[in-house]
Design a protein around this ligand. Sequence first.
Ligand code: SAM
Length: 239
Amino acid sequence: MSVVIREDRGQYMQNLRDWLEQEKDVPLEEMSGFFKRRIGSYEEQMQTWKEAYVRIADWIGSDTKSILDLGCGTGLELESIFRKYPHICVTGIDMCSTMLEQLERKYGKKDIKLICGDYFQEPFEAAGYDMVISFESLHHFLPEEKRGLFEKIRAALRPGGKFLEGDYIACCEEEEVLLRRECGRKRKAGGILEGQFVHFDIPLTLEHETELLRQAGFSQVNVLDCIEGATFIEAVKHS
Ligand SMILES: C[S@@+](CC[C@H](N)C(=O)[O-])C[C@H]1O[C@@H](n2cnc3c(N)ncnc32)[C@H](O)[C@@H]1O
C-alpha cells in the first residue's frame, strides 16, 4: 500500500520550521522525566491518535498469544487489543515508572508482565513472542541505535511472527535532516552526554525506516496505513 505521510507537505514543513524557531531556546528534557511531569494530561494529549489506537487491534493476528510492547507507556494501544483478545499475554517495557504505574492500575488483572527499563538494554526472550509492537516511541532514536534494536526484535519473534511499528515518520528528507540537526544543536547547547535519552522527535523517512528493518533481516516489510501522522509498518520474520 502506498500511504501519504502528510497531505500538505509544504504547509506542514513551514509550520515545523516556525515551531522549531519558536522553541529554539527551550532546553531538552530527559526522556522519562518528560513523561513523568506530564502524566496528568498525557492520555488526553494522545487522543490525537484515538483512531490509531482502535485500528491497531485489526493488525494483531487472531492466532497471536503473546505480545512484547516496547515503550508501552500507560497502555493506550492495549485497550483495543485487550477488548478483542481478553486473554492475550503481554510483556510491556517502558523506562518511565510513572507511566507503568498508570498502566498497572488499568490492566493489573490482565496477563501482563511489566518491565521498567530501557528496551535497548533489556534482554528479550529469544523466539518468545508471536508479535512485537511499538507505538509512538522509536522516533526518538538514531538509525544506528534502531538497527541493533530491530535485530533484537527479530530474534525475539517466533518464526512467522510480526513486528508492528506505529510511529511518526518524516514526510521528506528535509524533515529528517532538519530535526536531527536541531536535536544535535540542542544536545550540544544543553551539554547532554552521548547516550543520554532526551525527548525530541527525530523521525526517519519511510524509505530509511523500512530499509533499516530489511537490513535487520526482515524479508517482508509492508506499509499498512498512516493515521493522523502515525504510520503503521508490519515486518515479518519468515519461518
Ligand atoms: C509517546 S509515549 C507512547 C506510549 C504508548 N505506546 C502510547 O501510545 O500511549 C513514548 C513512551 O516510550 C517510552 N520510552 C522512550 N524511550 C524508551 C526506551 N529506550 N526504553 C523504554 N521505554 C522508552 C517513554 O517512557 C514513553 O512512555
